[in-house]
Design a protein around this ligand. Structure first.
Ligand SMILES: Cc1cc2nc3c(=O)[nH]c(=O)nc-3n(C[C@H](O)[C@H](O)[C@H](O)COP(=O)(O)O)c2cc1C
Length: 242
């Protein structure tokens, strides 16, 4: 693996729209980078994500088509589809409860939130993720939040409509770790949301409740893959201080 400074990696990471279609990407590049991506911060450590590696020529052709035949997808050595899975919350909760069986501190109260890890996963997580009877649940939540917020700040984005956003946020953080890692390995990538999400879910045999976060093309970039210099708004226009 190439050692690069963080700044070099950030500067090098660009959206490359073309790769060398004949290049054979070493297997470890995507594997290492996905292992790094999995270490990304994520909400409540619920890990509501999945990563689908599109490797064979046949699969790549199909997925490139789903990605609207963008040149970056057509020429990629591999495409990884990042999927947010808010629908897997019960399964992930069960994994945590199993893990906590063997953790001595499971009943130790967290100073900040006043609950233990065990009660967090048994009580707080279902309150947040369980969408059954959402009409009544949301009324209950509204009253609960209203009461809490009279005294002090309290979380407000805990309704059923926020769950997908929560899972998507964490999945996007994994995508960013992945892309930076790809650069650290000496290769380049293209994140793509320009795709047919319904067809992608069908192709990957995913349920409707799964959410396509983005597809990321990976490969050895070619000079024509870069669309000019990087453009960003100036620091002063987007950073505010109080
Ligand atoms: C979530 C997301 C989706 C994107 N989708 C596409 C896409 O479908 N096609 C494309 O050519 N670029 C896509 N991009 C790349 C952006 O256009 C690119 O990151 C932006 O123009 C800034 O350029 P830079 O990444 O080279 O700094 C996407 C980027 C992100 C973060």
């Amino acid at each position: 693996m190439l050692a690069k400074s963080f700044k070099e990696i950030v500067d090098r990471r660009r959206a490359y729209r073309a790769f060398d279609p004949n290049f054979i990407l070493p297997e470890y590049v995507v594997k290492n980078s996905l292992e790094n991506a999995i270490k990304s911060p994520n909400s409540s450590n619920m890990q509501l994500w999945e990563f689908y590696r599109i490797k064979s020529d046949k699969a790549k052709k199909e997925v490139a088509k789903i990605c609207l035949n963008q040149p970056g997808a057509v020429t990629a050595s591999e495409i990884v589809v990042f999927v947010a899975r808010p629908d897997l919350w019960k399964q992930r909760q069960a994994v945590h409860l199993e893990r906590l069986k063997n953790v001595e501190t499971k009943n130790v109260k967290n100073k900040l939130f006043g609950n233990s890890e065990l009660s967090y996963f048994t009580k707080v997580i279902p309150m947040f993720y369980d969408n059954s009877f959402s009409f009544f649940r949301n009324i209950f939540k509204k009253i609960y939040i209203w009461k809490k917020r009279r005294k002090a700040p309290f979380m407000t984005d805990i309704f059923s409509k926020h769950i997908e956003i929560v899972a998507q946020k964490s999945c996007a953080l994994a995508a960013q770790t992945f892309m930076l890692s790809i650069v650290a390995e000496g290769y380049d990538s293209l994140p793509m949301e320009g795709l047919d999400a319904i067809r992608m879910k069908k192709y990957l045999n995913l349920p409707k409740t799964a959410q396509i976060n983005m597809a990321i093309a990976v490969g050895k970039s070619t000079p024509e893959g870069l669309r000019g210099k990087r453009f960003r708004l100036p620091y002063e226009e987007v950073v505010f201080e109080k």
